[in-house]
Write a protein that binds this ligand. Sequence first.
Ligand code: HEM
Length: 488
Amino acid sequence: MLTLSMKDILLLVRNYYDILLASILVISITLYLSKVSGKPKDAKSCIPGSLGIPFVGETFALLSATNSVKGCYDFVRLRREWHGKWFKTRIFGKIHVFVPSVEGAKTIFTNDFTLFNKGYVKSMADAVGKKSLLCVPQESHKRIRRLLSDPFSMHSLSKFVQRFDNMLCERLKKVQKEGKSFTVLDFNMKITFDAMCDMLMSIKDASLLEQIERDCTAVSDAMLSFPVMIPTTRYYKGIKARTRLMETFNAMITNRRNGKEYHEDFLQSMLEKDSCPANQKLDDEEIMDNLLTLIIAGQTTTAAAMMWSVKFLHEHGEVQDRLREEQISILRSKPNGALLTLDDLNSMSYASKVVKETLRMSNVLLWFPRVALDDCNIEGFEIKKGWHANIDATCIHYDPALYKDPMQFNPSRFDEMQKPYSYIPFGSGLRTCLGINMAKVTMLVFLHRLTSGYEWTVDDPDPSLEKKAHIPRLRSGCPITLTVLQDE
Ligand code: HEM
């Protein structure tokens, strides 16, 4: 073994004095820089990012992105450019990590409720209700979800398909006859709302529908607002709207129980379980909170996705031509004026890929928020208990390693199987979207009637996004003018 005497050491220091000094300087600078950037040199486990000053963090930057025509995802995009794929930030006093990978999505989805959970947001629970699927703890979630699921199975949706198809045919005919430009987003918002209220509660009265829609919008706006009961605030208006909605739903339930009304719909199927043991039925509060939840979760998402399909098809004539060819051949195989069936929808193989590609590109829900219930480690990155871990579906859907030319609208990419957790527009695991089938059939019926019956021009090509929206939607709402397709 090499042993050095004091004399040897002094000799070394004298001879290599400059090298030693340079080394000390380099080490000091590196330590200082890593401290300043919050990124210790030896810790891959430390997620890069800027937490800013306590509590405020980067809240204003997120609010400013949300308030711009680039949309709130621009906040995420910029930070990913600055810090890399994994980054953390601080918003409203909470540390958020944006989880950008298939591996990360898998870890969180498969540990939902055990290692991760949805964060408790007071305004959300107050607005949509404590018994909503979005707010209840795991045990109730399992039971409520099981009891709500049946009317949303593919089999149960066959009646919905025909009712929606009928409604859509009439409304498209009407707007085409008027010959004027109309906003696809508004058209979609109204028809998805009306169709859902019909399926859930058989409501057809136009003024009641308008009142319920206004109140549902107020509740939805209150879900992420600051919870203070001061008149004129979004929270106040949302809570008042919720009270009116609960009164309406309650009156409907009473009328059904008294036998004054009977309809074959979702509400009736829930009330038919009245004589079942408690764990095999929903109580009235659970029914009403979840009626509201279903409307809010289903309307804006489906309407936005349908709007994006119109824009993408307009920009990709070759996709539109191929889709139209498939849809016309289905139309011609049926008796004149017949409504679509589930079998017809199952035969729409290209349209299904158009739906998938639309959802991949549009990322109606940009990321899915969770809170870590304990310290954990994903792909070597440490996430601390209490941090928010957002599954960044947009980043996964735009990852060039998973999707070649990810910004290209190309439905045929779905000819090939997707890697697990690389395609997650409806989430995955215990909290997978309950309305996944309903959303898919609605979009297929819409694409069928639009392309087999009409051509359209987009009357405002502005790509700007709506401000202050959490769901990406065109600011213009995508105005179009329809013309009837001429028989060749
Ligand atoms: C294109 C349309 C839609 C998209 C992209 C979509 C997307 C999603 C996603 C990603 C989740 C899971 C979020 C998470 O894990 O945090 C979810 C949950 C949910 N969705 Fe949808 N959704 C759509 C339409 C619908 C419709 C039509 C309904 C009902 C009528 C609906 C009802 C729900 C409900 C109740 C949940 C909560 C499920 C739970 O927590 O167990 N969604 N949706």
